[in-house]
Design a protein around this ligand. Structure first.
Ligand code: AMP
Length: 247
């Protein structure tokens, strides 16, 4: 299981990160919303690399857990992985247990960028409560927006490394050697939940859940809509503008 130095997040429980980040001048604490394939994982990576916060992706935790031996999986984790394979959301209780086990990552002085969490209003309310308890304030909720037809086209070209989970795109961000990861040489392939049947379910689920979630954050004055159309750098430029950092 590769964790790119984010052991505390990927492994949870008592794991700690091998390298503690130096406190950045400003520790950003952000939530990223957007349809599957809209490119929010890429934006989370860029924000993490350039502004310092750690990328905390719940989907990545589930994908790493899927590499555990079956005997090391709890029934709740088995059920979560089955939901993921079908493209459905994992139960709130399971996702929230995962987050609570990793609350130290929210406290980290490097800041955080939550990618793929929250997905429901129940999760958003639970996050509000955890942050209130921890006296942590969110700086903003970036909502990446793109027409669904463009999202489907993007997902068809997405390729993910089976070992380190680095993400490529056959057109927008191709690997140097076709089918091989630039970072670790691992094999590139489609994510199981990018296969057409699961993808349909994921997009329908997203359409059903996005409006209440954006209302939740708009009502708190935190929502920052960002157009996700264009290259990763173009979208990152808009991200900086949305955070008041452009120019
Ligand atoms: P992602 O990598 O964020 O697209 O997540 C991949 C899959 O993991 C989703 O389709 C869900 O099955 C599951 N998942 C990740 N995060 C959550 C969440 N916050 N709530 C429910 N399910 C989640």
């Amino acid at each position: 299981m590769v964790s790119s130095g984010r052991d505390a997040w990927i492994k949870g429980r008592d794991a700690s990160c091998p390298i503690r980040p130096a406190p950045p001048a400003r520790p950003w604490r952000l939530v990223l919303l957007g349809a599957p394939g809209v490119g929010k994982g890429m934006q989370a990576e860029l924000i993490a690399a350039r502004l310092g916060p750690c990328r905390l992706s719940t989907g990545e935790v589930f994908r790493s857990a899927s590499q555990l031996e079956p005997c090391d999986r709890t029934p709740a984790l088995e059920a979560a992985l089955e939901s993921m394979r079908r493209g459905e959301l994992v139960r709130d209780a399971t996702v929230l247990a995962l987050l609570r086990e990793r609350v130290a990552c929210l406290r980290c002085h490097g800041g955080f960028v939550l990618d793929g969490f929250p997905r429901t209003v129940g999760q958003a309310e639970a996050l509000d409560e955890i942050l209130r308890f921890e006296r942590i304030r969110l700086d903003g909720v970036l909502s990446y927006e793109m027409p669904i037809a463009a999202v489907v086209q993007r997902l068809a070209g997405r390729r993910v490394c089976a070992s380190c989970q680095a993400v490529f795109h056959v057109e927008a961000a191709p690997a140097r050697t076709e089918g091989r990861c630039d970072r670790c040489g691992g094999e590139l392939g489609l994510r199981e939940d990018d296969l057409p049947a699961a993808l349909r379910v994921r997009l329908l689920t997203y359409e059903r859940t996005v409006a209440p979630l954006t209302r939740h954050y708009a009502g708190r004055g935190l929502l920052r809509p960002v157009s996700a159309v264009g290259s990763p750098e173009e979208v990152y430029g808009r991200t900086l503008t949305a955070l008041g950092l452009a120019g």
